[in-house]
Design a protein around this ligand. Structure first.
Ligand SMILES: NC(=O)c1ccc[n+]([C@@H]2O[C@H](COP(=O)([O-])OP(=O)(O)OC[C@H]3O[C@@H](n4cnc5c(N)ncnc54)[C@H](O)[C@@H]3O)[C@@H](O)[C@H]2O)c1
Ligand SMILES: [Fe+2]
Length: 350
């Protein structure tokens, strides 16, 4: 028997931001980063969508939110006592807001997620990835209680995303779809979402990086579909390794996935069912239907977008492999993995 449910109400398309008017007149706390609140010019349209609201801002979020930052956010939330929380930004502000509510005394507070990157799908997932800076560990917290009530997908917010961020986050979308499609928990519903998300992102990403707004809207949709897919199916060693590397080297999460994914595909293709599934994704993208063709095409895509093929930083490989083995995403990988397998994968990218 399969079970599948989607919790957040999703508002998608031109003018979707106006859905926030449902919060009109309330005391609202917006969780975001300093670039988005002070330099992007996007805070004004957000505020216009919150008519009559008393808006408190928590804009201290940094990429890969830390436990300390979340604790600071919880204190701000308790002091402000808002009637609703709006997470406004990429995965970092969304995860921070989800965790702030989770650890506060008001876990039932309505949370609306408004993504401004097309990458993490965090607006529809029960994940919040937090970094323990002291221990150099990035930990995905998972709980149904992290799911937002609503997700607002408005591509006009993505018009100014720099090409490098579009590329990094776009590779995160492709990785979510590919890992969900082959994960142990994959089922008919997550398959449909993952197939569509992968093919959509594959076709839209180059134009999105070139600034095409219609392609950016397709990437935002693909990001959300891939988020729903992996929330149901799980991920795999690519994310297990990316979290481990992200805790140590602080490169953008999507860039780390871009580095790892072709190697992970070749590794997992040793398992027959995973190989068949990668082949199907390749065929959906107009490639010859093999795992190898998919891995090679992802390398070409990565190169064409100017993303690196090596980490370029020294790494304690055995320690990183042990940490990746403990990551909550690793057990969903289609093939069993050992610390030795993870060491071999890491050696390919260092
Ligand atoms: N919760 C989940 O399900 C999930 C899934 C995958 C990744 N993550 C986590 O999400 C985080 C990464 O999120 P991300 O990739 O979206 O990056 P991010 O939120 O860290 O943002 C990256 C950069 O893009 C900028 N930016 C955001 N929106 C912009 C816009 N509209 N215009 C111009 N610049 C903009 C930000 O200011 C920041 O400098 C990582 O911590 C990762 O581990 C979470
Ligand atoms: Fe991811």
């Amino acid at each position: 028997m399969e079970q599948f449910h989607i919790k957040p109400v999703i508002y998608y398309g031109g003018g979707a931001l106006s859905a926030l008017e449902a919060l009109a007149g309330r005391r609202v706390m917006v969780v975001t980063d300093a670039f988005l609140s002070q330099k992007s010019g996007l805070l004004e349209p957000l505020k216009r969508s919150l008519p009559g609201c008393e808006v408190a801002l928590f804009d201290r979020v940094e990429p890969d939110p830390s436990l300390q930052l979340v604790a600071e956010g919880v204190r701000a939330l308790e002091e402000t006592a808002p009637e609703a929380l709006v997470a406004f930004g990429g995965g970092s502000p969304m995860d921070c807001a989800k965790a702030m509510r989770y650890f506060s005394s008001r876990p039932q507070l309505p949370l609306w997620a408004v993504p401004t990157t097309a990458g993490t799908g965090s607006e529809v997932t029960s994940f919040a990835v937090l970094t323990d800076r002291d221990r150099g560990i990035k930990h995905p917290l998972t709980s149904e209680a992290l799911l937002p009530q609503a997700a607002v997908l408005d591509a006009s917010l993505l018009a100014g995303v720099p090409p490098a961020v579009t590329a990094d986050t776009g590779l995160d979308v492709l990785t979510h779809a590919a890992e969900a499609y082959t994960a142990r928990g994959a089922g008919v519903f997550s398959d449909a979402l993952a197939e569509h998300a992968f093919a959509l992102a594959w076709r839209a990403l180059p134009a999105a990086c070139g600034g095409d707004l219609a392609a950016r809207e397709r990437m935002l949709l693909a990001s959300c579909l891939a988020g729903m897919a992996f929330d149901a199916a799980g991920l795999g060693v690519c994310h297990g390794l990316a979290h481990t590397l992200g805790g140590r080297v602080h490169l953008p999460h999507g860039r780390l996935n871009a580095l790892l994914l072709p190697h992970v595909i070749r590794f997992n293709a040793e398992c027959q069912d995973a190989a068949r599934r990668y082949g199907r994704l390749a065929a959906l993208c107009g490639l010859s239907g093999t795992a190898r063709a998919l891995a090679s095409a992802l390398v070409r895509l990565r190169e064409s977008l100017g993303l690196p093929g090596r980490l370029g930083t020294p790494l304690d490989i055995p320690a990183a492999a042990r940490a990746a083995l403990e990551d909550p995403c690793t057990p969903s990988n289609p093939c069993p993995v050992s610390a030795g397998d993870l060491e071999a994968l890491l050696k390919e990218v260092v």
